[in-house]
Design a protein around this ligand. Sequence first.
Ligand code: URQ
Ligand code: ZN
Ligand code: ZN
Length: 487
Amino acid sequence: MSVLIRGGTVVNSDRSVRADVLCENGVISAIADSIDAPKGARVVDAGGQYVMPGGIDPHTHMQLPFMGTVASEDFYTGTSAALAGGTTMIIDFAIPAPQQSLLEAYHQWREWAEKAVSDYTFHVAVTWWDDSVYEDMGTLVRDHGVNSFKHFMAYKGAIMCDDEVLVNSFSRALELGAIPTVHAENGELVYRLQTSIYEKGVTGPEGHPLSRPPEVEGEAANRAIRIAEVLKTPLYVVHNSCIQSLEAITRARNEGQRVFGEVLAGHLLIDDSVYRDPDFETAAAHVMSPPFRDKKHQEALWHGLQSGNLQTTATDHCCFMAEQKAMGKDDFRSIPNGTGGVENRMEVLWHHGVGKGRLTMNEFVAVTSTNAAQIFNVYPRKGSVSVGADADVVVWDPEATKTISTKTDHQNVDYNIFEGMSIKGCASHTISQGKVVWADGELDVERGAGRYVDRPPFADYYDALKIAAERAEPVAVDRSQRAKAVG
Ligand code: URQ
Ligand code: ZN
Ligand code: ZN
């Protein structure tokens, strides 16, 4: 099966050029001013449209068991919805329960993901520590193509890591050439604030943001950054939602530390007024952590993307139906945390980013695809329209308009946080592994067609670090001479 994408403008993170793109046997085989369609090829008319690398969402949680329930979106429905929005690869999370083997959790998530319709890969969470975790991390890097390990600094009593786990795990990641990532909220402070707010009689969703103020996120982001600095590891901070965490990242980057920041489409566009909605279902539907913030944080986050201090955009797609959210009807602490958006990330970022002059088209490609591919070491196989790359491509119609609604989207959740948002610019065609899987508003996906994507460690970077560390080895002071001189 070959696909010829004709008449479009190819937009990569570094440049744009008018060109035809030929996809054969799952890869991009030719890019040229004019290409004749091979016999039997499907031709996609991309006239007046942009031909971009398929989106990469580096932060999703399909069918996550969490807070006593399981996320409603699974790997089949979630990757289908992603393709409908132009995202052709997700990076999900294998999250072991404390004391559960990392390898066992990894294999469980691999099994769940076999129904995926697009390519996927996994960050693996470190939620506890002993020698077996140390060994499993090595096995995962060496034998299973894992090069990133997640640490939740929140969720006390569940999957929260203390500093001892962070220090042990970050150090191990350095040995392996893997990158540590963090959910940066101080879980002790959250627990303390949750308890006092609930005991004061605030039991509704409005209590959620009150128990997780931006300072709680800023402290944890800074702590993780300083730990990474001392241990000489890179660091990826997920879902930065506020000025406080952005400032911590910006300071570190200005001093040459290798810290990367992710921002969610939701945190760029939705503010904390949603938690004060009198309707419980509406307010609870927005409960996720870190919470949506006061408007002043949104412009700062956009500036973070524009300045390059934030490199990737994601959704943290973790869906719960209204009846699941109602588990916290009388206690906001029991509302399952998570919201969706995997289908809408690219279109809302295009409309509010490129459409409003905040991002160029090339920067849009960088923050929705290329940067994530580079940070997690799958570039240029992913995140690039180039010969030899996987044929994961989105044909973007800048003139197409739509109003986002759960009534028309493909996500398996009964609430869309972008409900009612009118946007201009969206995916007209999505090509996954060289097959047209989204066209004319219809999905044509195949259950199980998705592949697990191996991500090699960053050997060269870490070799350099090891050399630097060896050179900086501390030297003992010889005091024997001094003793003689004094004696
Ligand atoms: O914390 C996360 O990233 C997971 C558990 C999804 N839920 C959320 O509220 N962000
Ligand atoms: Zn998180
Ligand atoms: Zn998450």
